[in-house]
Design a protein around this ligand. Structure first.
Ligand code: SAM
Length: 280
C-alpha cells in the first residue's frame, strides 16, 4: 500500500535527526519542521531543551522514552488520527536507531499514517565512513547484551559475518567487550571512534589487542570491527590448540602454550575450548 508523505493537511509523523554532539550539525529542514509541527516528542525533554533553545524552537515538547513508549504510543496514534503533525527526536542522532521509535513507526504504518524521515547525523554511519574499514557491505548491530553469556552467544552468531560490523558501546563495558571479541572473533582489526563531532573526537585504529593496551578510553564510542576473513582461522586460539595437539602436544600443554602466546587466562581458555569442542 502506498502512502504519500506530503499531502497537505494530512497527519504525519516526522522522524527528525538531531546532532550527535556538535549542536551545529542540524539541518535547516530539521529546524523548519520542528518549528512547524503541533508537538515534538523527545526521549529526554531536558536534553532536547538545550537544542531547541539553541535554535529558538518553541514548539510544545513531551517525553517519549523506553519506559513510557507503550502508554505514549497509543496517545500519539490518537493525536495522529485526529490530524496532528508530530515530530519524534531522540537525545542524539536518528530516532529509532538504538533509540525508541520503532513501535510508534509500526503503529503509524498499520494505521496508514504518513511516516517521513528528516535525515541527520547518526553515530554508526558517521564513524564507518572515517574508519578506514571496508564501508560496504556493513552490518549495524548496535548494543551487544550487557550479560556476558548472552554477549558471547551474540558474538558467536556473527563470527563468520564478512561485513564490517558497527557496535555501540558504553565506556565502562568496552574492555570486557573487547576481551570477549578477542576470544570469540580472534584478534581482528577494529576502530574505536570516540566523541564524534565534539572537541576531543578521536579514532583509535588497530587490532583488538593493540586497542586493549590503550584502555581506559572514555566518552561516547562506536566500535567498528572488521568482517570475518578466511585466513582468520589461523589466528583462532582453539584451532591453534588443535594444531598443537595434532603435532603431539598433550591437551593441557597445548592450552598452556596458547594461553602464553595469546596472553589469555589459562582457565578461561580451557573452559572456552571445551565449549567450542562440545558445540562442534
Ligand atoms: N540514535 C543514535 C544514533 O543515531 O547514532 C544512537 C543512540 S544510542 C542510545 C547512543 C550510543 O551511540 C552511544 O552509547 C555511542 O555508542 C553512540 N554515540 C552517540 N553519539 C556519539 C558520539 N558523538 N561519538 C561516538 N559515539 C556516539
Amino acid at each position: 500500500m502506498k502512502v504519500r508523505s506530503f499531502d497537505q493537511d494530512k497527519a504525519i509523523l516526522y522522524l527528525v535527526g538531531t546532532p550527535i554532539g556538535n549542536l551545529e550539525d542540524m539541518t535547516f529542514r530539521a529546524i523548519k519542521i520542528l518549528k512547524s509541527v503541533d508537538k515534538i516528542y523527545a526521549e529526554d525533554t531536558r536534553t532536547s531543551g538545550v537544542l531547541l533553545k539553541y535554535y529558538d524552537i518553541h514548539t510544545k515538547v513531551e517525553s517519549y522514552h523506553e519506559f513510557n513508549q507503550d502508554l505514549k504510543s497509543e496517545q500519539i496514534l490518537n493525536e495522529l488520527k485526529s490530524g496532528c503533525k508530530l515530530a519524534l527526536i531522540s537525545d542524539a542522532g536518528l530516532p529509532v536507531i538504538s533509540d525508541p521509535g520503532y513501535k510508534l513507526v509500526s503503529l503509524a504504518i498499520e494505521n496508514h499514517i504518513a511516516v517521513s524521515t528528516i535525515p541527520g547525523a547518526s553515530a554508526g554511519i558517521s564513524a564507518l565512513i572515517a574508519s578506514g574499514l571496508a564501508p560496504m557491505p556493513y552490518t549495524f548491530f548496535g548494543f551487544l547484551d550487557s550479560k556476558t553469556t548472552k554477549r558471547i552467544k551474540q558474538l558467536e552468531e556473527i563470527k563468520y559475518n564478512p561485513h564490517t560490523i558497527i557496535f555501540y558501546e558504553a565506556p565502562h563495558r568496552i574492555e570486557k567487550t573487547l576481551e570477549d571479541m578477542r576470544f570469540v572473533l580472534g584478534n581482528r582489526r577494529i576502530v574505536l571512534a570516540r566523541e564524534l563531532t565534539k572537541t576531543f573526537e578521536e579514532f583509535a585504529r588497530g587490532t583488538i589487542e593493540e586497542i586493549l593496551l590503550e584502555l581506559p578510553l572514555k566518552g561516547e564510542m562506536v566500535l567498528l570491527v572488521e568482517g570475518y576473513q578466511e585466513q582468520e582461522e589461523v589466528s583462532n586460539p582453539f584451532l591453534k590448540i588443535d594444531e598443537l595437539i595434532s603435532l603431539g602436544y598433550k591437551p593441557n600443554e597445548a592450552i598452556k602454550e596458547i594461553a602464553r602466546q595469546t596472553q589469555m587466562n589459562r582457565n578461561e581458555l580451557y573452559k572456552s575450548y571445551i565449549n567450542f569442542k562440545n558445540e562442534k
